[in-house]
Design a protein around this ligand. Structure first.
Ligand code: ZN
Length: 666
């Protein structure tokens, strides 16, 4: 009986281990190689922990491919590999004070006078940088700890990393953490949102993604920072302790941890860990823990490493701070892409060193799934991520109110829609103030109305100064408005108003594309312009009419119908038409090909109605006459053509069929 139980447990553990390995490898890939994690670092650490303890119980189940047996990610093939002379080990993590006390107890048994340095652990990407005779020669990522990627050019763009040291030391290899400040991270995320790119989830991913760019210029624009925290190898200098080496690094011109004090008592170490923990959220960058390191370098040698970790250092990871509070209300913000995002407003609480009173609720499904009602007691968390989030409900309050998302946009009162398969609810009005700037940038872009000189920053200023509230206002701009705002010369301002004027004659497809109809890209706009000869014709078309177009889907067709069903959009079209912005597809493309030509129509054409043929001739600059004479250029003849055809034959006038006529129009 007992044996059976153990056997079951073994099988159970085996299955659990396999599941955990799969999960962790998946998240590893998202974290290290794709820079796009789905779970918080803390949740990841907990998965790894679970696997470790199962493997400790069943050591026979440890396999070489277990995530517990290797360090971090693999070197991607984007960059040249760099073998690390000194392995870049990762640190063992602790999640409780007891583990830190344990770490000390083991070491102190052999080395009673041991001293430690405690420093904050910056949350970024670990790199190695090498200097020869004081000059930066190479930099690389950690990779798997043994082989990393050569990112020298990208590292050179980091302003806080000296290219030349204050001393021409023979050789120095240092280890540091590349990170992005919270301010720069928030700027980057808002830029990404503006460009409709997927924003980075947290500063660590932003730093990693920016550092591993093929184009060093992109890295430069991200304004990364670096904190150097260890001497890996040095020739031409004798260093005895960690504190001494940090002082030396500082003197050489490196940015080092902001504090690194020495302690000989583990209780002081714990106090320092707590003090650093309270600073979280107050620093200009993200920290995910504190590191305790043996100070004496000689002692470090004696203590040595396991296969994976140095035994002379321990990282303490701060748990994400969670607190309970009361949900007061839910506000809805409209983002620049028109997505309505619910935000929880709650009784202010102090989290990770800052006071917070609002947190993201993601979307409607999230609120429903968690059963969140206004008045409930909720749990709010702030992990490594900058923006706090609502974890869930801790207690429903009597009389708490169910929340429903608004059906109209809180910014402009237009109808909102939730598309199938999408969690987001969007405002359908492209002139919604919340979306205006993004819409304007699109409207003037090269593939749309192509207005040169009217760039995003100028548009932003025009919007800020209330000079533009819709694309139509672009056409009312005067060069004085522009020159006053931009402090630019009158000539440059005049160039912009000239470009605006010129854009009035753009092709129909450009205008359709410029309107920014959802799901209608440049290609789809061209298909529409080929089928409908004017905006008016397009506006009166049904979804069915459009769905008939080869290459045009139902969703696209419905998007066009939805667009023209909104009053603000109809007004815009009307305003643009009044300005003379009303391109005719065929007229614009084949301007006046029949200019000066006279046509006579006779008989029944196979498919074209006589009126349509006449309209086409006129739209191409030709004239339609009722009778044939010497001045007639073409007779378009169909079946049962009578005397007009005979006369044309006698006069030697060109006689064409519908087929030939259409070919001429092509
Ligand atoms: Zn709106």
């Amino acid at each position: 009986m007992k044996e059976v139980q153990i056997l079951m447990k073994f099988n159970e553990a085996k299955q659990l281990i396999e599941d955990l390995k799969l999960k962790i490898n998946y998240h590893n890939k998202r974290y290290y190689d794709l820079d796009s994690p789905e779970i918080s670092d803390y949740e990841y650490d907990m998965l790894l922990r679970q696997l470790e303890s199962l493997e400790a119980m069943f050591p026979e189940l440890i396999s070489q491919d277990s995530p517990t047996q290797k360090v971090g990610g693999s070197a991607a093939d984007k960059f040249k590999p760099v073998a690390h002379d000194i392995p870049m080990e990762s640190l063992h993590d602790s999640f409780s004070k007891e583990e830190i006390i344990d770490f000390d107890r083991k070491l102190r048994a052999n080395f009673p006078n041991i001293e430690y340095v405690v420093e904050p652990k910056v949350d970024g990407l670990s790199v190695s940088v090498e200097y020869r005779n004081g000059v930066l020669v190479r930099g690389s990522t950690r990779g798997d700890g043994l082989v990393g990627e050569d990112i020298t050019e990208n590292l050179r763009t980091i302003k806080s990393l000296p290219l030349k040291l204050n001393e021409d030391i023979e050789f120095l290899e240092v280890r540091g953490e590349v990170y992005i400040s919270i301010g720069n991270f928030l700027k980057l995320v808002s830029q990404q949102e503006e460009n409709e790119q997927k924003p980075f989830k947290n500063p660590r991913n932003a730093a990693a993604g920016s550092l591993r760019q093929k184009d060093a210029n992109v890295t430069r624009q991200r304004n990364l920072d670096i904190c150097i925290f260890n001497v890996q190898k040095v020739l031409g200098k004798n260093l005895k302790s960690h504190k001494e080496s940090l002082d030396y690094l500082k003197a050489l011109g490196f940015k080092v941890p902001p504090f690194y004090n020495k302690y000989n008592d583990i209780n002081q170490v714990i106090e320092e860990i707590e003090r650093i923990g309270e600073l979280r959220g107050k620093l200009s960058y993200d920290i995910d823990g504190a590191v305790v390191k043996v100070d004496s370098l000689e002692l470090r040698e004696k203590i040595g490493s396991t296969a994976k970790f140095p035994k002379w250092a321990e990282a303490y990871k701060y748990p994400p701070e969670e607190k309970e509070t009361t949900l007061l209300e839910i506000n809805v913000n409209v983002g620049r892409t028109g997505v309505l995002t619910p935000t929880a407003i709650f009784e202010p609480i102090s989290l990770a060193g800052t006071t917070v009173s609002r947190a993201v609720l993601h979307n409607e499904d999230f609120i429903k799934e968690k059963g969140i009602k206004i008045g409930d007691k909720i749990i709010v968390r702030k992990a490594g991520e900058i923006i706090p989030e609502v974890v869930g409900v801790s207690e429903h309050s009597t009389g708490s109110k169910e929340y429903t998302m608004p059906t109209i946009c809180p910014s402009c009162a237009a109808k909102v829609i939730r598309e199938e398969g999408e969690a987001a609810i969007r405002c359908t009005n492209l002139q919604c103030p919340a979306q205006l700037l993004r819409h304007l940038i699109h409207f003037v872009s090269r593939d749309a109305m192509d207005i040169e000189g009217l760039g995003p920053s100028l548009l932003e200023k025009l919007v800020e100064n209330n000079l533009i509230t819709s694309p139509f206002d672009i056409y009312k701009l005067k060069s004085e408005n522009i020159s006053k705002l931009e402090r630019m010369g009158e000539k440059s301002a005049k160039n912009i108003t000239d470009a605006i004027e010129k854009s009035k004659n753009r092709e129909l497809y450009r205008l359709i594309f410029a309107l920014g109809i959802r799901n209608i890209g440049k290609g789809a706009a061209k298909l529409l312009a080929a089928e409908f000869s004017s905006i008016d014709e397009l506006m009166s078309a049904t979804a069915k009419d459009m769905a008939k177009i080869d290459g045009f889907g139902e969703i696209m067709a419905q998007s066009v119908v939805d667009y023209f069903s909104i009053d603000q959009n109809k007004v815009l079209i009307e305003q643009l038409k009044n300005l003379g912005i009303n391109p005719m597809a065929k007229e614009i493309i084949k301007k006046n090909i029949f200019e000066g030509k006279t046509f006579v129509l006779t008989g029944t054409l196979p498919t074209l109605k006589r009126e349509s043929a006449a309209a086409m001739i006129e739209s191409f600059g030709g004239k339609v006459s009722g009778s044939v004479s010497k001045k007639t250029d073409f007779v378009l003849a169909g079946e049962d053509a009578g005397s007009k055809l005979t006369k044309a034959q006698n006069l030697g006038v060109n006689i064409i069929s519908q087929e030939q006529f259409l070919a001429m129009c092509e």
